[in-house]
Write a protein that binds this ligand. Sequence first.
Ligand code: PRP
Length: 184
Amino acid sequence: MSSERGPDLPPVADRVLLDAGSIAERVRELGAAIAEDHAGEDLRLITVLRGGAMFLADLCRAVDASLQLDYMAVSSYVGGAPGAVRITKDLDDDIEGAAVIVVEDIIDTGLTLNYVLSMLRARKPASLGVCTLLDKDVRRIVDLPVTYRGFSIPDRFVIGYGLDLGGLYRNLPYVATVRDEAIV
Ligand code: PRP
């Protein structure tokens, strides 16, 4: 049950960082900007599973333009360079000549997205942009072009709206910070 203080938080969380209304409003703004920038193009919104799926689902419905969706999944490449990933589920569609936007729930060090972008760039899209809901930019290791940014957030572990702790809490409708003692 919700209280006057807002939604009940799971015990691992200490406070709501972004409530559902603020997220929805920002998603609408991002969707409008994407529609304006890419009207008439062969627009593809791509996300990297699993966390980005929820943001993508809301974002695509805020883009008043013709577009297609596609999904990929990556996992850390053990023994590879720091942040190296391998594709565990590739895109279904060819992206050559398309206006591609990679949709992420969060960018932290930027290493994952850096690898994903380099793999996608090799497939010769007409353009390659990035839309992230959350940007923990103080943690960035590699410089990345972030075309659309929802919120810049502090260096705290966050859950909700696609983001997990041990696989849980992705379904929270808000983004909350996690208590330090709950992070294993
Ligand atoms: C998250 C997020 C990014 C990555 C960002 O995915 O979706 O892909 O971490 O971190 P980085 O900028 O330091 O590389 P995660 O590995 O948690 O997987 P998930 O989406 O399946 O939860």
